[in-house]
Design a protein around this ligand. Structure first.
Ligand code: ADP
Ligand code: GLC
Length: 488
């Protein structure tokens, strides 16, 4: 089985969110199952060839990739995903990829990823490597199944190649003006009203991927169902309903070589399910670092997130005036929309010993919060999978989440299950999207925190569960086979 795994972000080279974590770990798990997988991504500024041992592939040489009738040079830098045999191919073109951010609002954002996708296809041609399957991820790679069936259909290499599209977040679709079709060099009929690449008078990359891929999946079972409703489908629910027999949900795995309190290289004190004493020391260390006074019996609540609408910060903002009176302290790490950044800064100024914030991206601090906080909050409006609650479970940091998408599949409410006579809960969750429901669940968690035997049980229930890729990678392999059968 030969698979080209294509993604716009991959850990450790470039990351804005969970897509990067998945793209850096799932291919390794697949290769351990015997899949010959090669990973493709753009060579952004952060993808330093010296730091990551990448070398210029002069066998492939300089390629001329055409977008909108104009040729652009592409060069390939090759290496391996860390501690693995999985080959990594990064597409180099400073004009397109050496920008201040991975994703931009620049006028040629569409062209950047059209260029990337065509460069991946032409790299594969030069390698003369026949993938059985293209595993594409999100809108940035969603034109590939159309390209191989149309623009590059002359090449027999792709005759039997099938595509699996993984939707990590339907809220981002790659919506561009009609001239994106000219840049992509796709035929006019495709963007006529109701055409496969058209949606609401614009070119829609994700829709194209949904219609041209053999199989589609998303990153949890609950989100796969939610996607079919107008509330969660973000306008794609109708198109996805057409493909509902080919739509699956597979919950993300996580990489325990990176996210594990017993070995985590970013935290000062290691600990395990059998001896949690290191956790308390991390809490003290984290609180000092964030200039909060450590008090043993006051729970510390952590947040690590993109500060955007998806993540539920509107209801959190509404709940904060009440929550700030609860007996707990806060540490927030994130960056995103100004309203939330300013609000959190204001809270940190007004309540310096209760509320601390770090605005920006900081991987080490993310690890330290997972290890040092007692409770982890994720009140998402929607959440395709979510990784931080899974990391939290492993770190004995009890998650409080809204019951949606992957959060609903991985976090099980302690009180709710307890009332049914089961002591298997691993966190706290609420269904109604409201400030009241959020505050109520946070306060339930704070209450139970003071009941040490119960709290230990909740922590244990989370820590024993295995969310490594073992199970999910096998499910991906099954989808690969379905996809290949379907194409042939
Ligand atoms: P999403 O991909 O929607 O942002 P996930 O929960 O799947 O949500 O993944 C988020 C990933 O990004 C996690 O690995 C998390 O630790 C990381 N992350 C988010 N914000 C920050 C930040 N400000 N600094 C460091 N890491 C962050
Ligand atoms: C997206 C989703 C997140 C998911 C991640 C990886 O960014 O928002 O829920 O965990 O992709 O699949």
């Amino acid at each position: 089985m030969k698979t080209a795994f294509i993604s716009s972000e991959v850990v450790p080279y470039a990351k804005t969110g969970g897509l990067a974590d998945v793209s850096g770990s799932l291919p390794i798990a697949l290769s351990e199952l015997g899949v010959d997988v090669k990973v493709f991504m753009p060579k952004y500024y952060s993808v330093d060839e010296f730091k990551y041992n990448l070398y210029y592939d002069d066998y492939i040489g300089e390629m001329k990739i055409r977008t909108g009738g104009h040729p652009h040079s592409a060069w390939v830098y090759k290496g391996h995903l860390p501690n693995s045999n999985v080959e990594l191919y990064t597409i180099h073109n400073p004009h397109f990829f050496h920008r201040h951010k991975i994703y931009t609002n620049d006028w040629d954002e569409d062209e950047r990823f059209i260029f990337f996708q065509k460069a991946v296809i032409e790299t594969i041609q030069r390698l003369n490597w026949t993938p059985d399957l293209f595993h594409i991820n999100d809108w940035q790679t969603s034109l590939i199944p159309l390209f191989i069936k149309d623009n590059y259909s002359w090449d027999k290499l792709f005759n039997r190649a099938s595509t699996l599209l993984t939707i990590h977040n339907v809220g981002y679709q790659g919506v561009f003006g009609m001239d994106a079709a000219i840049k992509a060099e796709i035929s006019k009929e495709l963007i006529s009203l109701g055409g496969p690449a058209e949606q609401n008078g614009a070119v829609n990359f994700l829709k194209t991927g949904i219609l041209y891929s053999e199989i589609i999946n998303t990153v949890s079972e609950t989100y796969a169902k939610e996607l079919l409703s107008p509330e969660y489908g973000a306008g794609m629910e109708g198109i996805l309903a057409l493909r509902k027999d080919d739509l699956y949900g597979i919950v993300n795995g996580v990489d325990y070589t990176v996210w594990n309190p017993e070995t985590d290289k970013h935290i000062p004190y290691h600990y395990s399910i059998d001896d949690l004493s290191g956790k308390e020391k991390n809490k003290k260390f984290l609180m000092e670092h964030m200039q909060l006074n450590y008090e043993e019996d006051v729970p510390l609540i952590g947040i690590v997130s993109r500060l955007v609408r998806q993540k539920g910060f509107d209801i959190f903002a509404e709940a904060l005036p009440h929550l700030i009176n609860s007996n707990c302290k806060w540490v927030v790490l994130g960056s995103g929309e100004n309203v939330y950044e300013e609000l959190f800064e204001q809270y940190a100024r007004t309540f310096p010993d209760k509320f601390s914030v770090y605005l920006g991206y900081n991987n080490e601090l993310a690890h330290l919060i997972e290890a040092g906080a007692d409770i982890f909050l994720m009140p998402s409006r929607y959440e395709p999978c979510g990784l931080n609650q899974i990391y939290s479970l492993k770190y004995g940091t009890v998650p409080v989440v809204r019951k949606t998408g992957g959060l609903a599949d991985t976090v099980h409410d302690w009180n709710e299950l307890n009332s049914l006579g089961m002591d298997i809960g691993n966190g706290f969750s609420f269904s109604e999207y409201s400030a009241w429901a959020l505050a109520h669940s946070v306060n339930r968690a704070i209450n139970d925190y003071h009941n040490k035997p119960i709290w230990k049980k909740i922590q244990r229930n989370g820590m024993i569960k295995d969310y490594s890729w073992k199970t999910s990678a096998i499910k991906y392999l099954e989808l690969y086979n379905k996809s290949i059968t379907k194409r042939n």
